[in-house]
Design a protein around this ligand. Structure first.
Ligand SMILES: Cc1cc2nc3c(=O)[nH]c(=O)nc-3n(C[C@H](O)[C@H](O)[C@H](O)COP(=O)(O)OP(=O)(O)OC[C@H]3O[C@@H](n4cnc5c(N)ncnc54)[C@H](O)[C@@H]3O)c2cc1C
Length: 396
């Protein structure tokens, strides 16, 4: 098979929430944009990993902290699902966002993983993104320290995708790693989420007898070191399967006829894989701190916590490589609380939109990713309804 070459303004690796947001933002900015995804479903961990909660885009005190694509995705993710946004955020009276606790008033919602993938496909098509599914990035080419092309494999053979700027939305910084970026890693624990046919309500009643069940909580016996190798990932996934089997094995035979797994996650449910070494690796001390170069705000989604985090643009920019931005859970967010805040769906959409917009501005102005005028990026994001700063710091 031959190697064909394709040329784009912006190339995005990974069709998770972050990669989709980045590709949509770049294409809406007028860029000829390609998105490559190794699976045949969009949304990454949020959909093929069977995650079903679009965590809040508010601060827990009644204030919205994200606009732009994260808000657009939240509003649209319920389209093919039984869920609706809370009334306080524009949903119907008595709308049920699927959340049973007090966060019913938070700006968040459950969604159907399959339904969300269909919505993302619509959004990419509307923006004019050239989407390549079943296409896996396998390597890259550089000119000095600048990324100039990536290599991808699919049933046509090997494709060289040359672009003026790249976004890594691969979840594990896989493109950045191929390009020689240093990375940070962290520990993972196993809590498998599975679609099951169930006679009783477990975690989420999708409809009728179908639930998404979450298994287990943090357990040191199931804690895994940073998953750098393919064999580690195999061990992690098989451990999840063992936990699931253990649950169904202890059910009485009659009950097993009415309660059984229907779908396993198609992606390893690793929360943290790798974060790029960036110009601003977000630390826990960055919580509730104002950053003049902020490109977006993330609210704390954990329980009743209501801290708020501005996001320094430097977290999206790898130190070691030019021509590349990171988006989603592989941005330079390395503090243990910080990575928790920034690895989830709304923050992935927020950093994705910023990375795609930044890539488009680099192409338009002909500047390097290390020299982009942050004020210009902020002006563009603001014009697209993104919220850059949190106005209520120090108000107690
Ligand atoms: C058990 C668990 C529960 C969670 N619960 C929630 C929750 O309730 N709410 C929430 O908001 N978040 C939750 N999260 C986190 C959240 O789902 C993810 O962190 C988020 O969706 C990450 O998005 P992303 O786009 O950065 O990365 P990913 O979703 O990892 O997307 C990366 C994409 O890149 C693709 N890709 C990777 N390598 C290549 C390659 N070489 N070539 C081509 N494509 C490639 C992948 O197939 C994937 O589609 C949970 C995570 C876990 C593990």
């Amino acid at each position: 098979m031959s190697t064909m070459t394709k040329m784009y303004d912006v190339a995005v690796c990974g069709g998770g929430v972050a990669g989709c947001a980045a590709a949509i933002a770049a294409a809406r900015s007028g860029m000829k944009t390609v998105l490559i995804e190794k699976q045949c479903i969009l949304g990454g961990l949020a959909t093929s990993g069977l995650i079903y909660i679009y965590l809040p885009i508010c601060d827990g005190k009644g204030n919205k902290v994200m606009g732009g694509i994260p808000e657009e995705m939240l509003k649209r993710c319920t389209a093919y699902s039984p869920f609706e946004l809370p009334e306080a955020w524009g949903g119907p009276v008595n709308g049920d966002n699927g959340r049973t606790h007090k966060s019913k008033i938070r700006y968040e919602s459950c969604f159907s993983p399959a339904g969300f993938s269909l919505v993302l496909d619509q959004m990419l098509a509307e923006a004019g993104v050239d989407l390549w599914l079943d296409t896996m990035m396998t390597g890259c080419e550089k000119d000095g320290d600048r990324l100039t092309a990536l290599y991808a494999a699919n049933s046509s053979g090997t494709i060289k995708i040359a672009a003026k700027c790249f976004v890594d939305g691969s979840g594990g910084a896989f493109l950045a790693r191929h390009a020689g970026c240093r990375i940070h890693t962290a520990e993972n624990f196993v809590t498998p989420w599975v679609v099951e046919v169930s006679s009783h309500r477990t975690s989420m009643k999708v409809s009728g007898d179908v639930d998404i069940r979450t298994f287990g909580t943090f357990n040191e016996n199931f804690s895994f070191p940073a998953c750098a190798s393919g064999k580690d990932v195999t061990g992690f996934v098989r451990n999840s399967w063992a936990l699931i089997r253990e649950y169904y094995d202890q059910l009485p035979p009659e009950e097993r006829k009415r309660n059984f797994p229907l779908q396993l996650p198609a992606m390893p449910q690793l929360r943290k894989i790798a974060a790029i070494d960036s110009f601003h690796n977000i630390e826990d001390s960055d919580c509730e701190t104002h950053f003049p170069d902020s490109i977006g705000v993330a609210g704390d989604w954990r329980g009743s916590l209501t801290t708020v985090w501005e996001t320094s643009f430097g977290a999206l920019v790898p130190r070691d490589v030019k021509g590349l931005f990171a988006a989603g859970r592989c941005i330079g967010s390395t503090g243990s609380a910080a990575w928790e805040i920034f690895r989830v769906i709304p923050a992935a959409a927020m950093t994705g939109e910023a990375a795609g917009t930044a890539a488009a501005l680099c192409v338009k102005s002909g500047c390097s990713t290390h020299e982009l005028d942050v004020k210009l990026l902020q002006k563009t994001l603001s014009a697209n309804h993104c919220q850059l700063f949190y106005p209520f710091f120090n108000e107690g």
